[in-house]
Ligand binder design. Structure first.
Ligand code: ACO
Length: 328
């Protein structure tokens, strides 16, 4: 049986830091409210004109350099994003061109904030089916470009960033094996997180639609309840499937949406919150980029050891959810 895994990781966040206090100068909010309701203290926001493909290219170059390979060694590029440069062409194609990945296929994957988790399993399947030798997968988001800055309920939650990984066979290469993934969807939650206008359901009509219709809309309470359930279900299912105890997980790397969601899930699982790695206080919710951004930081902080069980868990628009169990 082929062992497939992550052999390199690279991340990028825009330079500009925006604190809660700065947001409080733009709208009716406060550092106290944001920290107490979400755990977020600051986020990165792109410079004018900077798009998802720009962040993705930075992150990808770092991952390729760390792996010691060139773009021509990649034969598939997947960009997981809900904030692509354009509805089409795919952001992955722009990244492929900029990197000079001349022999790579490229496509975007849309699974909201679960995008990275979905793409890890997609990449593994490509490699194990023999359709690609090396997949470059990038979660890249500029959610601040689609947030409604007049809706304090949602806009304070988001930040921008990108995280890239190389996924390939571990035959003769050091890496971290993807042991198992679990992917689910509950499309009944269509409207809980949605950009309602500009698709084929409601093409943009300037007589009917406002700018807010083109932006992200969120039912915060509904997402909160769904997210806690999704984390608990995913962790239980993956551990059961692999025959390990939840207590055996060295780290859980959750999608970095909101500290209260993570604390509620930890409580239900009777796990210490410290078992869940978080860095959302500095980056806010970067959607499909949040899990690789967290893993990269854990490596920098020397938190991961060979042989440890590490479980990533995501949830987001769709509603989608799921996780990847990795043997570090
Ligand atoms: N600043 C100050 N006050 C605010 C703000 C803000 N930024 N936002 C909302 N409020 C107010 C509300 O207007 C409300 O005031 P009212 O009582 O006078 O009406 C009050 O705060 C409480 O609002 P609630 O909605 O009840 O606040 P709640 O405690 O439920 O927290 C939150 C809201 C943080 C959005 C919560 O519902 C949540 O975490 N939901 C999940 C959201 C999320 O993480 N989404 C993204 C994840 S999925 C993905 O990543 C795509």
């Amino acid at each position: 049986m082929m062992k497939t895994g992550i052999t390199a990781i690279g991340c990028y966040v825009p330079e500009r830091v925006v604190t809660n206090d700065e947001l409080a100068q733009m709208m009716d909010t406060s550092d106290e409210w944001i920290v107490s309701h979400t755990g977020i203290r600051e986020r990165r926001i792109v410079a004018e004109g900077e798009a998802a493909s720009d962040l993705a290219v930075h992150a990808a170059r770092t991952a390729l350099e760390r792996r010691g390979i060139g773009a021509e060694d990649i034969d598939m590029i997947i960009v997981a994003t809900s904030s692509p440069d354009y509805p089409f062409p795919a952001t992955a194609c722009l990244v492929q061109h900029r990197l000079g990945a001349k022999v790579a296929g490229a496509f975007d994957l849309s699974a909201g904030c679960t995008g990275f988790v979905y793409a890890v399993e997609t990449a593994r399947a490509f490699v194990e089916a023999g359709s690609a030798r090396r997949v470059l997968l990038i979660g890249s988001e500029v959610l601040t470009s689609i947030a409604n800055w007049e809706d304090r309920n949602s806009c304070v939650l988001f930040g921008d960033g990108a995280g890239a990984v190389v996924i390939e066979s571990l035959d003769g290469v050091a890496g971290h094996q993807i042991m198992s993934s679990w992917l689910r969807s509950d499309g009944a939650g269509e409207t809980a997180l949605i950009r309602p206008v500009s698709g084929s359901r409601s093409p943009f009509d300037p007589r009917k639609h406002s700018a807010a219709d083109l932006q992200l809309q969120m039912d915060g309470k509904r997402v909160y309840l769904f997210a806690v359930d999704a984390i608990v279900k995913t962790i239980r299912t993956l551990c059961e499937r692999e025959g390990i105890l939840i207590e055996d997980l060295a780290w859980i790397v959750p999608h970095q949406a909101n500290l209260r969601i993570i604390e509620a899930a930890a409580k239900r699982l009777k796990l210490p919150t410290e078992r869940f790695y978080t860095n959302l206080e500095r980056y806010a919710n970067t959607s499909a980029a949040s899990i690789p951004l967290a893993i990269d930081e854990m490596i920098d902080n020397d938190l991961l050891r060979p042989g440890q069980w590490v479980l990533s868990v995501g949830f987001g628009a769709g509603l989608t959810y799921g996780g990847n169990l990795i043997r570090w």
